[in-house]
Design a binder for this molecule. Structure first.
Ligand code: ADP
Ligand code: MG
Length: 368
């Protein structure tokens, strides 16, 4: 139904022109079977409002709230859209925008000079560095050179499936020599970022969407949007409860093998928390009948092979995004131990066999 734009954040220039027109396309369409909302029983239930738009972070964004006042909802939805759009531009590694230095600028200036950037870039990079340390390198935003090779092969393979091929191992290994996150130099006082190695580049695809959604959710909640749901692709952030009186939101976790009648593996009861999934079905291409997805194991330099998806539930959607990708790159045992070491974070794995595995308290979230 919706065509993907190229690239991780590859909003095309043409799409930009239609931004306003697409901005608040009010729709009653289900969010790609990702979200399910059960009806309450009160008779004076507020009206369910929904706004959807397509061009941020190369995926579909949906905002939902139960709110009688249509104008009020539109105001909040516009506020969320505008703020997400700013993050989208700042964190874009493929496109430049007039008047701002974004991550593409930082990448273009690798080895040349520090780039003065918005505080939101500094904050994201600091956050990403923290998660690199915590996950022992399972997610590395300096992994750009390797990810770029896979990205090119994937794009070409999708455009021309007959001639789809795999990146040569030597090219991947060469690129892996330029992924040292310690060479991402952040000067907070000067508000600059410098990539010391001219061959290096940043790719924040593992973390930026969730991080942006978290910041925007906090901002809009402070402005009075205290019950709502924001979904950017697989990143769902529930703000408060559905009705402001404690009724949880119902958020579905997509079945990686979804066909007729089995679209979701679970529906969760979620209040003021996030649900984020990393899955092999989101972005992949096929070579000789085998699928190659977009989460790359830093050890093998190939797509991680053990799971179909990993979903995380925790309050902060930046953390959920970081965790879902990082745990995807760990063995089940490592990932289980890691998630159990983090208070208030839970995970469900869909193994290649289709079997499910749960962290200790994941089942507490299952819809009752
Ligand atoms: P999605 O963005 O599709 O929802 P993820 O949050 O799991 O899914 O992020 C996947 C993206 O993360 C990839 O498209 C790529 O840009 C980036 N990525 C893949 N492997 C790694 C890695 N080992 N370290 C850091 N980033 C990665
Ligand atoms: Mg992620």
């Amino acid at each position: 139904m919706f065509s993907r734009l190229s690239g991780v954040f590859g909003g095309s220039e043409n799409a930009m022109k239609y931004r306003r027109r697409f901005a608040l396309l009010l729709s009653t369409v289900f969010v790609g079977a990702m979200l399910s909302f059960l009806a309450g029983c009160g008779t004076k239930k507020p009206v369910r409002r929904e706004a959807s738009f397509l061009r941020l972070f190369d995926t579909q964004t949906t905002i939902i709230a139960y709110m009688d006042d249509k104008e009020e909802f539109s105001r909040y939805a516009q506020m969320i859209y505008d703020s997400l759009d700013e993050y989208h531009r700042l964190y874009d590694i493929y496109n430049s925008y007039d008047g701002i230095n974004n991550l593409k600028t930082v990448n273009d200036m690798a080895g040349k000079a520090p780039v003065k950037v918005d505080i939101r870039i500094i904050d994201l990079l600091k956050y990403a560095k923290e998660w690199y340390e915590k996950t022992d390198g399972a997610i590395n935003i300096a992994f750009g050179p390797v990810l770029r090779i896979w990205h090119e092969y994937r794009e070409r393979g999708i455009d021309d499936p007959e001639n789809a091929g795999l990146p040569p191992r030597e090219a991947l290994e060469e690129a892996a020599g330029h992924t040292d996150i310690n060479k991402v130099i952040i000067d907070e006082e000067a508000s600059t970022v410098f990539l010391e190695d001219p061959e290096m580049s940043l790719d924040v695809g593992a973390i930026a969407k969730g991080y942006a959604v978290e910041q925007v959710s906090r901002m809009v909640a402070e402005k009075g949007f205290t019950s709502g749901l924001i979904s950017v692709g697989g990143n769902v952030r529930a703000i408060g409860s559905k009705d402001g009186a404690g009724t949880p939101w119902n958020v579905g976790i997509q079945n990686p093998d979804s066909g007729e009648g089995n679209a979701m593996i679970h529906i969760l009861d979620i209040t003021d928390a996030s649900v984020v999934t990393s899955g092999i079905y989101e972005r992949y291409y096929t070579v000789d009948g085998k699928n190659y997805h977009h989460i790359i194991d830093p050890d093998t330099l190939f797509p991680s092979g053990e799971f179909k998806s990993v979903s995380i539930v925790c309050k902060d959607s930046g953390m959920a995004d970081a965790l879902s990708t990082a745990i995807f790159n760990m063995s089940l045992e490592e990932g289980m131990a890691f998630i159990e070491s983090i208070p208030d974070a839970e995970a469900v794995w869909v193994l290649n066999s289709g079997e499910l595995r749960y962290s200790g308290h994941f089942r507490d979230y299952l819809n009752k």
